[in-house]
Design a protein around this ligand. Structure first.
Ligand code: FE2
Length: 385
């Protein structure tokens, strides 16, 4: 995150004595990523963040792989993922490789009796349906339809939903999720030609400080296991923090599309990047305005990456019979393009209401059993006349 942010009280000088009003010292914690050279924040706890009381048995959530090596275009019916009470149990991993995994979830209940953190992956959660509050050790972030929530690994959080009807797309990245480097200047500030700016980001506010001892269950995901650790103090016990490493929200509706006289390539839609993948946002926008422009994309050979699209809303102009909540996978190695009739249909159109996310991994995805169960099995034939 290229923005410095702070909440609560912090000492004037880092790594110096910070006294509690009633005696004793606050506990400082460096919360960093990429060793000591990535972004970091300094956190000031009432209690030591290391007070482990007990380990309960871990729960194995390693994705079960159905297809290791795929070269078939596929369509997954995402809304067939079942609604499940618990947030973590509702997460259904669909596509995985060594850099990231992605999936869908339809949780009904807020997290009440436990806290959660991902111990090895930055998380991106896209809110397709529902609203609520992401409560974190850094403060709270209200969210609603269309929001991306970016949660750096190690962030302890709880999700509270306003209702039981929630649909989420999520991505877990084993490297930090950043805005594209080409959108930023040497100092990290977003450039004038970036499709969004710092004002569009919603940072944690209303820091909650719970100086309470007791038994607090934190579920920690690492290496395909949900480890269950009982800590001796409430994890949301910061009196203050500052720095650059913290969760935030960004609404897809604040992404300002870049358009042109002729078809613009997918990188103009890029929103985030991680190691060996990018995330793009296809938003409602005016179409190309050359008098002979073809707004539908040309056939293309994405030799270097698979391409995954998640359809959120509107009519997706290059596809026939694609509906909300569906995911398509176009594997690298074979070309794909507009469906029959889509190119002709697009000519003369002036705008689109499509809303979709795209994830391009630079190494192939494996397909999980859960994905195979919602694979319609016919998509690869959909370009035939
Ligand atoms: Fe494509």
């Amino acid at each position: 995150m290229p923005i410095y942010h702070k909440q609560g009280k912090i000492p004037p000088k880092r790594h110096t004595v910070f006294e509690k009003p009633n005696g004793g010292l606050f506990q400082e914690q460096l919360f960093g990523t990429e060793g000591f050279s990535g972004t970091s924040s300094l956190l000031y706890h009432h209690n030591r963040p290391t007070m482990v009381k007990e380990y309960l048995s871990p729960i194995d959530v390693t994705p079960k792989i159905a297809v290791e090596k795929n070269l078939m275009a596929k369509r997954f019916i995402g809304f067939n993922i079942p609604q499940i009470d618990d947030f973590l149990e509702s997460k259904t991993d669909l596509l995985v490789n060594n850099d990231l995994l992605l999936g869908l979830a339809a949780p009904k209940d807020s997290m009440g009796d436990y806290f959660y953190k991902n111990g090895e992956a930055d998380e991106l959660i896209f809110i397709h349906k529902g609203s609520g509050t992401l409560k974190t050790i850094f403060g709270n972030i209200p969210f609603q339809y269309g929001d991306y929530l970016i949660i750096p690994r190690g962030t302890i959080y709880q999700i509270q939903f306003d209702s039981k009807d929630n649909r989420l797309f999520y991505l877990e990245s084993f490297s930090p999720i950043y805005f594209p480097k080409r959108y930023r200047n040497n100092f990290g500030q977003l450039l004038e030609n970036a499709p969004f700016c710092e004002r569009d980001l919603r940072l944690p506010e209303n820091l909650e400080t719970h100086d309470v001892k007791g038994d607090f269950l934190i579920k920690v995901k690492k290496q395909g296991q949900i480890h269950r650790i009982i800590y001796g103090a409430h994890p949301f016990d910061l009196v203050g923090w500052d720095g650059f490493n913290y969760p935030y929200a960004f609404s897809i509706f604040d992404f300002e599309p870049i358009t042109g006289r002729i078809h613009q390539p997918p990188p103009v839609h890029q929103t985030f990047e991680g190691r060996n993948f990018v995330v793009c946002s296809f938003c409602p926008r005016l179409y190309d305005y050359h008098p002979k422009a073809i707004p539908a994309p040309y056939n293309h050979s994405n030799i270097d990456s698979d391409e995954v699209l998640y359809y959120v809303d509107g009519d997706f102009m290059s596809r026939n019979d694609v509906k909300k909540g569906q995911l398509t996978l176009h594997p690298g190695g074979i070309p794909h393009g507009p469906h029959p009739g889509a190119m002709e249909r697009s000519i003369g159109q002036t705008k689109t209401e499509e809303l979709a996310l795209m994830v391009d991994p630079f190494h192939p995805f494996k397909i999980t059993q859960a994905a195979a169960e919602i694979d319609d099995g016919t998509y690869f034939k959909s370009w035939m006349d």
